[in-house]
Write a protein that binds this ligand. Structure first.
Ligand code: PLP
Length: 397
């Protein structure tokens, strides 16, 4: 079905940060499946681990204990502030689980039994992105994604991101007639919405108010989690611990897996409350275990921090050289957005021109070009990526 406006290339194989199309043309991949292929393409350790796993067991039902899943949950909880994990297959599914958990939290902790007239509320940010299922697209604070699909799911309210006063006002209005809010759902850094990093003071205030009202604070780390920010989890960059976190994308390095990780105190799910046939199967868990082990073994967090400095430096120099078309750079780690001025090409135009030069980048809205390469990208390749982008800019001048 025509759900995607696809670019006219067929990608057939990849190695490291490089991919090749059906015509044999090579591209430097700073998209990585949109922040998915954290270890790059054809990674030897991932390939061997998955081949071994296929030779043992690829799938069993969650009717039974699954050792790989238990090991993955133990790894995630040992390296985070969370205690329990539910596994699924994508970011939207992880957020669906979080939304259900929020409603159960509202009942169990706040005594809020939702009705059609008075649904529990989930507060999310404008310009956010949380997925395309009906509940997660409703959570997504971008009206363009709602068009054609009304009525949306009940119980979502929006406020401007990083705007403490607006958040306080919305919370106060929502709670004016008694407990009403189940959860606040926020990306620590907004990816799809234009690469906007969260501000510490704002997130600290949200944490305070959620604590005061016993409201669940959920971070959507589907894009920024699992090392991309230069810390294992995006919340570490804010110095604020959420009650729950959602993960997907980079967690499996290209094998579909999503997760909802929660603190013990808000683990309200009981047997039968939620489920997924494929969620947390041995194959997908082996992929995630390998990604997490490689992040540690290769010290990729330190590497991402160093690459962040380098990429920002190179992109800032590019902005200096092309001040008419570019205005700045923003982001964390290896999720960086190059902001266009509006005087030159749009982000989709520049992305197309970059493709012609052999570079894959992806828009984040109409005025931001996003770099989300594999976490393993090397300095020489980053330098090459910025050179190719400059060529693309010049080709449009
Ligand atoms: N949440 C965030 C922050 C995302 O960036 C995305 C996808 O871009 C999603 C959720 C949805 O993830 P998926 O496409 O795996 O359903």
């Amino acid at each position: 079905m025509e759900t995607y406006a696809r670019l006219p290339v067929s990608l057939c194989r990849g190695r490291g940060v490089w991919v090749w199309d059906s015509e044999g043309r090579r591209y430097l991949d700073c998209v990585a499946g949109i922040a998915v292929c954290s270890l790059g393409h054809s990674n030897g350790r991932l390939r061997r681990a998955l081949t071994r796993q296929l030779g043992r067991l690829q799938h069993v039902s969650n009717l039974y204990r699954i050792p790989e899943q238990e090991q993955l949950a133990a790894t995630i909880t040992a390296r985070s502030c969370f205690d329990r994990v539910f596994f699924c297959n994508s970011g939207a599914e992880a957020n669906e689980a979080a939304i259900k958990l929020a409603r159960k939290h509202a009942q169990v902790v706040r005594g809020l039994v939702g009705t059609v007239e008075r649904p529990p509320l989930i507060l999310t940010a404008e310009a956010s992105f949380h997925g395309r299922t009906l509940a997660t697209v409703t959570a997504t604070g971008q009206p363009k994604y709602h068009q054609g699909f009304t009525p949306m799911v009940q119980g979502f309210r929006y406020f401007p991101y990083n705007d403490t006063a607006a958040f306080e006002a919305l919370l106060e209005a929502s709670e004016a007639e008694g407990p009403r809010v189940a959860a606040v759902l926020l990306e620590p850094l907004q990816g799809e919405g234009g690469v906007h990093p969260g501000e510490r003071a704002f997130f600290q205030r949200v944490r305070q108010l959620c604590d005061a009202h016993q409201i669940l604070l959920i971070f959507d780390e589907v894009q920024i989690g699992v090392g991309r920010s230069g810390r294992l989890w995006g919340y570490e960059r804010l110095g604020v611990e959420p009650d729950a976190i959602t993960l997907a994308k980079g967690l499996g390095g290209g094998i579909p897996i999503g997760a909802l990780a929660v603190k013990r105190a808000v683990d309200h799910f009981r047997p039968g409350d939620h489920a997924s046939t494929f969620g947390g199967n041995p194959f997908a868990c082996r992929a995630a275990l390998t990604v997490l082990a490689e992040i540690e073994r290769r010290q990729l967090l330190q590497h991402v921090q160093a690459m962040e400095a380098l990429l920002c430096q190179e992109l800032s120099a590019l902005v200096q050289r092309h001040q008419h078309q570019l205005t700045g750079v923003r982001g964390w780690g290896l999720l960086q957005g190059l902001v266009l001025s509006g005087n030159g090409p749009s982000a989709p135009e520049l992305v197309k021109a970059a493709l012609a030069q052999g570079l894959l980048v992806v828009p984040a809205g109409p005025t931001v070009v996003r770099f989300v390469p594999p976490l393993t990208i090397r300095p020489r390749e980053l330098h090459q990526a910025v050179s190719l982008l400059e060529r693309a800019l010049l080709s449009l001048a």
